[in-house]
Write a protein that binds this ligand. Structure first.
Ligand code: ADP
Length: 171
C-alpha cells in the first residue's frame, strides 16, 4: 500500500531513498529542480550522468523514461532522472507525463527504494498547467503497482501545494 504525502518546500532538502529529478533529455543539467539537485548534490551526479550519455543513452534520455544515478551529497541514496514532456498549446501527450511517474516508480522498485520524492514534473520550464499535471501525477501514482511505501510530492510554492492537495482529495 503506497501512502501519498504532500510537502511544500525544496526537493533537495528531503530525506528519502530516492529523489526524482525533472531532468531534460541531455542529462547534463538545466534550471529548476535539475539545477538545484546538481548544485546541492555535487559533481558526482553530473559525472554519473555523463557516463550514461557515453553508454546507454548516447542520444539522451527519451521523454517519459527514467534512469537512476547516485544522489551525491543529497540525503538520499539515488536520484532518478526522468524527462517530462513539454506542454504544447496545440496538444500534448498526457501519457508521456504519466509515464514519467510510472517509469520512476519502476526504477525505484528495481533499486529497492521505499520512499520517493517527486517534484511536479513538467510544470516549470515545460509549462504544463498545474491542475492537469497534478491530476495526472496523483492518478498515475494511485494506479501504479509498486513496493514504494511513501510517494512524497514536494511542491515548491503554496499554489502548487494547494492544487496537489485538491487533486488528492479528488476535488
Ligand atoms: P520541467 O522542466 O519539467 O518543467 P522544472 O524544474 O522547470 O521542470 O519545474 C518543475 C516544478 O518544480 C515547477 O513547479 C517548479 O516550480 C518546481 N521547482 C523548482 N525548483 C524546485 C525545488 N528545488 N524543489 C521542488 N520543486 C521545485
Amino acid at each position: 500500500m503506497t501512502t501519498i504525502t504532500l510537502v511544500q518546500g525544496d526537493i533537495t532538502e528531503q530525506s528519502v531513498d530516492a529523489i526524482v529529478n525533472a531532468a531534460n533529455s541531455s542529462l547534463l543539467g538545466g534550471g529548476g529542480v535539475d539545477g538545484a539537485i546538481h548544485r546541492r548534490g555535487g559533481p558526482a551526479i553530473l559525472a554519473a550522468c555523463r557516463d550514461l550519455r557515453a553508454s546507454r543513452y548516447g542520444k539522451g534520455l527519451p521523454t517519459g523514461q527514467a534512469v537512476a544515478t547516485t544522489a551525491g551529497r543529497l540525503d538520499a541514496r539515488w536520484v532518478i532522472h526522468t524527462v517530462g514532456p513539454v506542454w504544447q498549446p496545440s496538444g500534448s501527450d498526457p501519457s508521456l507525463l504519466a509515464s514519467c511517474y510510472r517509469e520512476s516508480l519502476r526504477i525505484a522498485d528495481e533499486l529497492g527504494a521505499r520512499t520517493v520524492a517527486f517534484p511536479a514534473i513538467s510544470t516549470g520550464v515545460y509549462r504544463w498547467p498545474m491542475e492537469d499535471a497534478a491530476r495526472i501525477a496523483v492518478e498515475t501514482v494511485r494506479d501504479t503497482e509498486t513496493a514504494v511505501e511513501e510517494v512524497r510530492f514536494v511542491l515548491f510554492d503554496e499554489r502548487a501545494y494547494g492544487v496537489f492537495a485538491a487533486s488528492l482529495k479528488g476535488v
